[in-house]
Design a protein around this ligand. Structure first.
Ligand code: HEM
Length: 452
């Protein structure tokens, strides 16, 4: 529309002006949130500290303080001057996640960002991309989750394991060749990042020619989980969403004409049967990419970091590579890739005796739950031989329990086992660069060497 006709120049100017106004508005919102939050953080507000440096680089001491405040006599969910209430013990995090009186939207079904006011503005910054299931309550959530479920059936997982083993072996061959040439390789760039993206491409049957762009959009959209950083970031997100929509739209059409045995074909059928709209299935496909990519990358990165930080732990794994699955569970408890999520009360209710009003948001600190001494003995110690390591909330709980959990576990287990078997002398070979984020946690770069 803007590309032809005499009005083109005017429209283009209008569009730029509109964009500048939108940028200024968004920039102001982000600025106010960040500056206001930082002032509170410096003033001692522990919830605000989770959003800011230096605290968010190592949130575990902040979690410990929040838990102490929560269990102190007369304590309970910690109220912050940011307007957010947070829960930090394992018991209260699990209780909120499993409680049907909490959902992810406002009680009347609107999204928080439609609410207006400060809460709505914050939600707009933190929910820049349609994350499908993650932002839906029943009955829409139940209906759409059912559509994605078959992609994670046990029979599918056997196929994904074969893909993961194949891809991981090839990636490690290349990484070890680089190590021989350069004296090190980057665990994230060379293994932890390409492994999940290749598996998800297989899951969504993305054609090989599109995979590189697919990976790039996945990286950009993954950053949406942590909120919008700037107007330029918002534009990047919008552009990647549009590109991905086009790719999935084409894929959906293709599968409509030539149905296969994959999840996109199932989604195309659902659209034809009236079980879902095109917008719904496009957002769902996008969620599978966003939710399954950087999360798994971080899991592998955090696992190897924790293992190498304690030589005895790495030795335990190389001595018995069948401990790889236990090492994955211990990482999920000790240093989970997704640190927090949020819920909204759908009626006036209470948590640990503290009233929570209808439509009030609660931050559920999954990373804090894993370090709760009431749930885990000696919680700050990483120990691959720990009993009952799977009693963590890293994949959430209740209605939104991670659909991809078996896949994430499988990929990380394959990666750790292979590293233990083929690079038993693995060591840190440089400074890891952490991701500066609140929701996602893991290294962006992690130089290691197989030390051969
Ligand atoms: C280590 C890797 C992963 C972690 C730590 C993780 C974590 C989570 C968490 C915490 C949630 C729920 C958030 C909430 O309760 O609000 C979630 C939901 C979800 N995850 Fe994962 N995830 C991982 C990998 C994956 C993979 C590999 C996939 C798929 C390819 C995936 C797909 C999903 C989907 C579709 C949901 C939404 C479920 C719903 O809302 O009903 N995840 N994940």
């Amino acid at each position: 529309m803007l590309l032809s006709g005499p009005g083109r120049g005017v429209s283009a100017v209008d569009e730029r002006l509109a964009r500048l106004r939108a940028d200024a508005g968004l920039g102001l919102q982000i600025g106010v949130l960040r500056t206001g939050g930082l002032a509170l953080a410096v003033g001692g507000d522990r919830v605000a500290r989770l959003l800011h440096r230096p605290w968010r680089l190592d949130p575990y001491p902040v979690y410990r303080d929040l838990r102490a405040a929560q269990i102190a006599p007369g304590g309970g969910p910690v109220r912050s001057r940011t307007g957010i209430t947070a829960v930090a013990t394992h018991a209260s995090c699990a209780a909120v996640l499993r409680d049907r009186r909490f959902g992810v939207r406002l009680a009347d079904g609107r999204r928080r960002m439609d609410e207006g006011g400060a809460g709505g503005a914050a939600a707009a910054v933190f929910e820049p991309v349609d994350l499908s299931l993650l932002t839906l309550d029943p009955p829409d959530h139940t209906r759409l989750r059912r559509l994605a479920q078959p992609a994670f059936s046990p029979h599918r997982l056997v196929e994904y394991r074969a893909v993961a083993e194949d891809v991981a072996a090839r990636l490690l061959d290349e990484a070890l060749a680089r190590d021989r040439r350069e004296g090190r390789f980057d665990l994230v760039r060379d293994l932890a990042s390409p492994l999940p993206i290749t598996v998800i491409s297989a899951l969504l049957a993305v054609p090989a020619v599109d995979r590189e762009r697919f990976a790039r959009w996945g990286r950009v959209l993954g950053s949406a989980l942590d909120g919008v950083r700037s107007p330029a970031h918002a534009r990047q997100l919008a552009d990647s969403t549009a590109d991905l929509r086009e790719l999935f739209g084409g894929l959906l059409e293709l599968r409509r004409r030539e149905p296969g045995d994959d999840v996109v074909s199932a989604l195309a059928t659902a659209v034809d049967d009236g079980g879902a709209t095109v917008d719904e299935v496009l957002a769902l496909a996008q969620l599978l990419l966003v939710a399954g990519f950087e999360t798994t990358t971080n899991l592998i990165g955090n696992a190897v970091r924790a293992l190498l930080a304690e030589p005895g732990q790495w030795r335990a794994l190389t001595g018995d590579p069948s401990l790889a699955a236990a090492a994955v569970e211990e990482t999920l408890r000790f240093d989970p890739p997704v640190q927090l999520t949020a819920r909204v009360a759908h009626e006036d209710t209470e948590v640990d005796g503290v009233p929570i009003r209808r439509d009030h948001g609660v931050l559920v600190l999954l990373g804090a739950a894993g370090r709760d001494p009431a749930a885990h003995r000696d919680p700050d110690r990483f120990d691959v031989r720990r009993a009952r390591t799977s009693a963590h909330l890293a994949f959430s709980s209740g209605a939104h329990y991670c659909l991809g959990a078996p896949l994430a576990r499988l990929e990380a287990e394959v990666a750790l086992r292979l590293l233990a078997e083929r690079a038993p002398r693995l060591r840190v070979a440089g400074r890891a660069v952490p991701r500066v984020a609140t929701v996602l946690r893991g290294p962006l770069r992690f130089p290691v060497s197989a030390g051969a």
